[in-house]
Write a protein that binds this ligand. Structure first.
Ligand code: UP5
Ligand code: MG
Length: 204
């Protein structure tokens, strides 16, 4: 696809910060195509014939990062498919699209590869809150989510990876003025209103 015709916002934040929830609202507001790297990996994990099923399962349970080639390819394919099938955001046509890429890049090598091979993101929406808030949300969700990583042991490991590996990515984008930080501790609706105002500005 024509990489100059797409607008990409990365959506980052710790495990359970509310990335997916806020993305759904922003899709309604602005007609983004929402792609969650974690969701794409989980779909690939369960796809019949996938070579990566076991690898992905282990990484997700251990809270480590799946090798970037796998994730970047899945994202690129999903973007291409969305553009081709006209799912690249409401009212978008002729190869244009706007994407919310959720939970990615969470390691520096992914950021560099995506920059070079796919396109440069316009901004990073950074949903931040405390570990306690994230823990409470994930344990609550874990009662019904069926996610293999929504348990106390995996959550602890996800927090470590987030701090050691993903925070440097956020700092990298901060240094080039591309981070909009949003406190995601308040209610879903409050966070949504703040996020909406920020995205309005970015797109204008
Ligand atoms: N909730 C949300 N907002 C709330 C609010 N304001 N007030 C009260 N409750 C709120 O929300 C989590 C829960 O909190 C929900 O129950 C929600 O209702 C409630 P959600 O919106 O799902 O949060 P999100 O930030 O999306 O949490 P998620 O668990 O999806 O984040 P992770 O970043 O941990 O998970 P992801 O799916 O992105 O990645 C999973 C794993 O995949 C990673 O650990 C890694 O192993 C692997 N991965 C890679 O290897 N590479 C990648 O590039 C990406 C992922
Ligand atoms: Mg999510």
């Amino acid at each position: 696809f024509d990489h100059t015709k797409v607008t990409v916002l990365f959506v980052l934040g710790g495990p359970g910060a509310g990335k997916g929830t806020q993305c759904s609202h922003l899709v309604e507001d602005f007609g983004f195509c929402h792609l969650s790297a974690g969701d794409l990996l989980r779909a690939e994990q369960h796809r019949e014939g996938s070579k990566f099923g076991e690898l992905i399962q282990t990484c997700i349970k251990e809270g480590t990062i799946v090798p970037m080639e796998v994730t970047v390819k899945l994202l690129e394919n999903a973007m291409a498919a969305a553009l081709k099938e006209g799912r690249s955001g409401d009212g978008w046509a002729d190869g244009r699209g706007r994407f919310l890429i959720d939970g990615f890049p969470r390691k520096m090598d992914q950021a560099i590869k995506f920059d070079e091979e796919v396109c440069q993101a316009t901004m990073v929406l950074f949903f931040s809150t405390t570990e306690q808030v994230m823990l409470d949300r994930l344990l609550e969700r874990g009662k019904t989510s069926g996610r293999e990583d929504d348990n106390a042991e995996s959550i602890k490991k996800r927090f470590v990876t987030y701090k050691e590996t993903t925070m440097p990515v956020i700092q990298h984008y901060e240094a080039v003025g591309k981070v909009a930080e949003i406190d995601s501790s308040p209610s879903v609706e409050e966070v949504h209103q703040k996020a909406k105002a920020i995205v309005e500005k970015i797109l204008s």
